[in-house]
Design a protein. Structure first.
Length: 435
């Protein structure tokens, strides 16, 4: 498996060097030599620290000639291996980078020259599956630089790392896989037993009322409630357009699916059709226009969960597409701004949303502060420009379930796993037209 001329991982997607009837039964991972001649590190960058799938990862090993006590500049690279994941459909070995380093000293000048060689070894195209091509190319270079800096500090007196200092080393090691392993979190809480403490309104270590059943796994959550007689399931018809007018909603195909009961649209909402986490500026069910892919257009009710899902997919929506703003540049150009809800005038789009703590300038704002800084360039460095981060991540929210049971006199009992019971109750009452 370790033969560079016959590697285990082939340069093809998800293919390894195994014959048809072969199975890998063991893997040998040799330790680095203890004589100070060999160094190894692994790096990983993922969307979340505990994700098994990385955006880019790397494993690097280098071996030097000479004794550990020899002058760092005299020790030359005799062996090297640099492997990268996320830079090709397969594990990619930077063979050109290996050839570059063999016989060279681990100097800053050689490191800068080697970055161009690494870029040639990992020619990630702009239209690569998964996107973020420039970010991934930068990550690969960053990982190698961090490996170089770490090894340079460990070689002899660390002089090879110049002009980088010990201060830079902490940041350089922030993406090594050593940081990905941590001890399980442990906690201990002591409960007071004397009556005086237990009777205190503040500071008493009272246990959560549901702590026992939740810790034991006996707690009943929304999705655990048994379905009642005549209970229906709901699923949503979602927009497939970023910005469009909704011309028609046709549920004729959905009616052919077993268990189909009804289609609910904005016209069926008795009260208010608006909601939102802070400003109520989003329609619960789109009445005329959708403003994003995934906007809820309608809901389908069925006698089974699967039937509701299939019926929702069968509903056909006719759109008239409208211009969509999908970047900050487009939004600025077309002056598409959100209202600043914290301002006295919500239509104000130019406002200072920062705090100046400097006594000389706190009443004059940031312009006064920057003018002062620019007058003293030896003390302050002002960098102006724009920075764009290509990666876009969704907000990690837990899955939600809701069950609604009609009661007497227009009342409804709602069981839900929402984050805000009071606001959910308020929005539901407004949508139902219930005071």
């Amino acid at each position: 498996m370790g033969d560079p001329e016959n590697p285990f991982f082939k340069e093809k997607y998800r293919q390894v060097n195994l014959e048809k009837n072969e199975v890998a039964v063991a893997m040998e991972l040799p330790l680095t030599l203890p004589d100070g001649s060999e160094f190894y590190q692994a790096f990983k960058q993922s969307r979340r620290r505990d994700d098994d799938l990385a955006i880019v990862n790397a494993a690097m090993r280098v071996r030097f000639s000479g004794a550990a006590s020899a002058a760092p500049a005299s020790r030359l690279v005799t062996e090297a291996s640099f492997a990268f994941g996320g830079m090709a459909p397969f594990t990619k070995l930077a063979k050109g980078l290996v050839k570059f380093w063999i016989g060279k000293a681990w100097t800053h000048e050689n490191m800068k020259a080697s970055l161009e060689v690494l870029a040639a070894d990992l020619p990630l195209p702009d239209d690569v599956p998964g996107g973020m091509a420039e970010y991934r190319r930068t990550l690969a270079k960053s990982f190698f630089f961090k490996f170089w800096l770490s090894v340079a500090h460990q070689l002899g007196d660390g002089s090879l790392a110049a002009p980088c200092t010990e201060r830079d080393l902490g940041a350089a090691l922030s993406h090594t896989t050593l940081d990905y392993h941590h001890e399980p979190v442990k906690g201990l809480q002591h409960y007071a037993r004397d009556q005086k403490t237990l009777r205190q309104a503040i500071g008493a270590p009272n246990r959560h009322m549901a702590a026992d059943v939740q810790a034991a796994g006996f707690a009943t959550y929304t999705d655990d409630i048994e379905a009642g007689r005549g209970e229906l399931y709901m699923d949503f018809v979602l927009s497939t357009k970023a910005h469009a007018k909704v011309l028609s909603i046709d549920d004729s195909r959905a009616k052919t699916i077993e268990g189909y009961v009804a289609l609910i649209t904005a016209k069926d909402v008795k009260g208010e059709n608006w909601l939102g986490p802070i400003a109520h500026d989003e329609e619960a069910l789109a009445s005329e226009e959708v403003n994003s892919v995934g906007s809820v257009i309608a809901a389908v009710c069925s006698k089974s969960r699967y039937g509701a899902r299939m019926a929702a997919k069968a509903v056909e929506v006719t759109y008239e597409e409208l211009p969509a703003i999908v970047s900050l540049e487009d939004a600025v150009e077309k002056e598409s701004f959100h209202k600043l809800l914290f301002m006295k005038d919500p239509n104000e789009v130019e406002a200072e949303i920062h705090t100046v703590r400097d006594e000389k300038h706190k009443d004059k704002g940031m312009d006064s502060l920057f003018a002062s800084l620019q007058a003293d360039p030896e003390t302050y460095l002002i960098v102006e420009g724009e920075s764009f981060i290509g990666g876009q991540e969704h907000f990690y929210l837990e899955t939600n379930a809701t069950r609604v049971e009609p009661g007497e006199n227009g009342e409804y009992v709602i069981t839900t796993s929402c984050q805000n019971l009071h606001e959910t109750q308020l929005l539901c009452s407004k949508a139902l037209g219930v005071d």
